[in-house]
Design a protein around this ligand. Structure first.
Ligand code: FE
Length: 287
């Protein structure tokens, strides 16, 4: 189950966190954000990354992403204070950002999602490592994931993933949920007026992949197909070789509600996995 251990983040080249709760953290792994202890350099790194991505994502990200940056006041300088951010986010969708010291185990992660809490790193990368991350930091987690949590369709979908993940941990189907999470929440594209746009946090927070996912001729951009997605392995060590392009955000949520995920997994277990480098011409989205 190598893929399982690589499941959540492109930046997470290692395993999920070990099960011991870190010193000073609550049993659910949360810690105070300690916003007051962030340094001027930390805030400058956020501002640099933010300015770079905002220019790059203009016209590339889904419209809802731009809207949500405004709604949550994320364009204010400096690393967001989670208390202030939650005052904006909570009334919209009931989601809350909680601080964690780094990687959390999968059961803890999905338990947070199931309760509409998004765990976000309480640290930021260094100025000399703008494009390299060992663990998801506050920029990936808050800039990449949190804006779309202000959108009701995404908010519901993420909670649904929490329920699914919690159950999958129990029945040994975590790799299917991990693929679903990967190809939607982290690396999803969605059509807008017939054109693919970015909604996955792994792309939204990545300088290189923002271009590549939409404009490079290398990766496959496939029409969304839940069965196909759940059979497709993924790479964590490079830009994606395959992206799934959904018609609208809401479609993913409906698919989850309309399908018996357990039965679907049982059906798919009889079929071979698909490599991310593979695609046939019929599956590709018309250019
Ligand atoms: Fe992420």
């Amino acid at each position: 189950m190598k893929e399982l251990q690589q499941s959540r983040e492109a930046e997470r080249h290692g395993a999920w966190a070990s099960p011991e709760v870190p010193e000073g953290a609550a049993p659910d792994w949360t810690v105070p954000q300690n916003w007051d202890q962030l340094t001027d350099e930390d805030h400058r790194v956020w501002d640099t990354l933010f300015a770079r991505q905002q220019v790059l994502l203009y016209g590339r990200a889904v419209r809802e992403f731009e809207e949500s940056l405004e709604v949550l006041h994320l364009s204010r300088p400096g690393i967001p204070n989670f208390t202030e951010l939650n005052e904006k986010l909570g009334p919209r969708t009931g989601w809350e950002v909680v601080a964690v010291p780094g990687l959390v185990p999968e059961d803890v992660f999905f338990e947070h999602l199931a309760n509409r809490r998004f765990p976000a790193g309480n640290f930021i990368r260094k100025a000399n490592q703008l494009d390299y991350l060992e663990e998801p930091d506050v920029f990936h987690d808050v800039f990449g994931h949190v804006p779309l949590l202000a959108q009701p369709a995404v908010a519901d979908f993420m909670q649904e993933l929490g329920f699914l993940g919690r159950k999958a941990v129990e029945v040994g189907q975590l790799h299917r949920v991990a693929r679903l999470y990967w190809y939607t929440v982290e690396f999803g594209l969605a059509l807008e007026a017939g054109e693919p746009k970015i909604y996955g946090a792994g792309i939204l927070s990545s300088f290189g992949e923002s271009h590549y996912s939409l404009e490079s001729e290398k990766p496959h951009r496939l029409a969304f197909d839940l069965r196909r997605m759940l059979r497709t392995r993924y790479r964590t060590d490079t830009f994606q070789q395959t992206y799934f392009v959904i018609d609208r955000f809401d479609d993913a949520l409906h698919l989850l509600r309309e399908n018996d995920f357990g039965a679907l997994c049982a059906e798919l277990d009889a079929l071979p996995d698909i490599e991310p480098s593979y695609a046939n011409n019929e599956e590709r989205l018309a250019a």
